[in-house]
Write a protein that binds this ligand. Structure first.
Ligand code: NAD
Length: 420
């Protein structure tokens, strides 16, 4: 049988997953057409004064894929490879992620084409404030709520809150999530993406009869999602994190790394590379290592058909968005690898972002134990429903998550009808 093409355009990838679910659901053509395209797209080109006095022009995007189930919600990415199609894909994944875990948000995403590693803190602040101004008519606590993504963080979010609040003339912390605690952030938000991911790993492992104690874990990407996943797998499940990587390279230790010390090393030196007591290996070797759990936690298009053929993992938990190309899914399924799809596996971040937004709206703040308990309830329930749907339709967990999510968004559209 001819192999499915290995499309690397993230929006094509997103549409392939959507179409497969829409076919199974026999979705009405007009609703299907609406859901295939984003509702709104904003492209901005804006100037920033650099440290040297030179003015540079940057390009940024904000895409709202859907507001059928609630305000658009999704992160802002700073990366040289950001494209409109990538932002469109990420926005649609947000729509389906929020629907998978049944939180009342739609999907959005933003990005600025830049290399944040080349910018100093003042330039980053100027870029963030100007980009926020450019998109300020588009965003808002009941419209579209950004959050951190690759190479943005709580520092970035605090600048966004301040800029947006200055424009509106009043303090408006609910415009973004992932803020520092001091300006309306939520307890537990920093760990939330990884915590949600390890909760679904634990559920899947339990059903497969796989013990997490001493299970070998390999993690690609050592930022917010990856480094916290390493810490939680080590501290809370006694798993053995044998290899991790970042954009500079990968490290391996057969007896297991101490994630706390690797985090300290990365904070000090800027990379996991050079950590004492571990050997270096290539990014390709990392993805082919013998392990029980592989967590891609960096960017898209990492699990290609070639990686799928080579992987020796039993569970692949997608902390990153879109790490697996559609053609690789079939190979993984034939090999019996359990793939925990991104719209389920990394939904812990947006779930606690939802809690943060609720707390901002209420002006009443929760304890970390309450946040974590509510997160666990939502993730376990979502895993159960996805697993049940997979068994009922005899499909993969990814297809099942899309069946549930696309069905929920389509149901909202059919109730809302067409305006006017
Ligand atoms: P981050 O900026 O904190 O970390 C990104 C990490 O990836 C860094 O360690 C970087 O060095 C590494 N990286 C970049 N290119 C790499 C490469 N080629 N090989 C190996 N490592 C590489 O970003 P993050 O917030 O942790 O996001 C990571 C992924 O998780 C993204 O796909 C993001 O969309 C997804 N995600 C994040 C959140 C969140 O709350 N932060 C929520 C859901 C999904």
């Amino acid at each position: 049988m001819a192999e499915q093409s290995e499309s690397l355009n993230p929006y094509d990838m997103a549409l392939q997953h959507f179409d497969a679910a829409a076919d199974l659901l026999q979705l009405d053509e007009p609703i299907r057409e609406r859901m295939r395209l984003p509702e709104r797209e904003l492209i901005v080109h804006f100037p920033v004064k650099m440290r040297t006095g030179r003015i540079r022009t940057f390009t940024g995007y904000r895409v709202q894929h859907s507001t059928a189930r609630g305000p658009a919600k999704g992160g802002i990415r700073y990366h040289p490879d950001v494209t409109l199609d990538e932002v469109r894909a990420l926005a649609s994944w947000m729509t389906y992620k929020c629907a998978t875990v049944k939180i009342p948000f739609g999907g959005g995403k933003g990005g600025v084409v830049c290399n944040p590693k080349e910018l100093d803190i003042h330039e980053l602040e100027s870029l963030t404030r100007r980009f926020t101004s450019e998109i300020s008519l588009f965003i808002g606590p009941d419209r579209d709520i950004p959050a951190p993504d690759v190479y943005t963080n709580s520092r970035t979010m605090a600048w966004m809150v301040d800029t947006y609040s200055m424009h509106r003339g009043f303090y408006s912390p609910g415009v973004v999530t992932g803020k520092p605690l001091a300006v309306g952030g939520s307890e537990g938000r920093t760990d939330a993406t990884a915590r949600g991911c390890v909760i679904v790993i634990a559920e899947a492992a339990r059903r497969m009869g796989l013990k997490l104690k001493d299970a070998r874990v390999v993690i690609q990407g050592f930022g917010n999602a990856g480094s916290v996943a390493a810490r939680l797998m080590h501290d809370e499940y006694d798993a053995k994190v044998v290899a991790v990587s970042d954009s500079q390279g990968a490290i391996f230790c057969r007896d297991g790394l101490d994630p706390h010390r690797v985090i300290e090393h990365k904070e000090r030196t800027g990379s996991v590379v050079g950590y004492a007591g571990a050997e270096g290996l290539s990014p390709d070797e990392l993805l082919a290592l013998e392990c029980e759990i592989l967590i891609p936690a960096a960017l898209e298009n990492v699990i290609t058909t070639e990686v799928a053929r080579k992987t020796r993992a039993r569970i692949i938990a997608e902390a990153a968005n879109g790490p697996t190309v559609p053609a690789a899914d079939e190979i993984l399924s034939d090999k019996g690898v359990c793939v925990l799809p991104d719209i389920l596996a990394n939904a812990g971040g947006v779930t606690v972002s939802y809690f943060e937004w609720v707390q901002n709206n209420q002006g009443y703040y929760w304890k970390e134990s309450d946040v974590n308990a509510r997160l666990k309830e939502i993730m376990v329930d979502a895993f159960d429903q996805v697993d049940l749907t997979a068994k009922r339709h005899k499909v993969s967990l990814r297809r099942a998550a899309y069946i549930l999510a696309v069905g929920r968004v389509a149901e909202a559209h059919s109730w809302l009808g067409i305006y006017p």
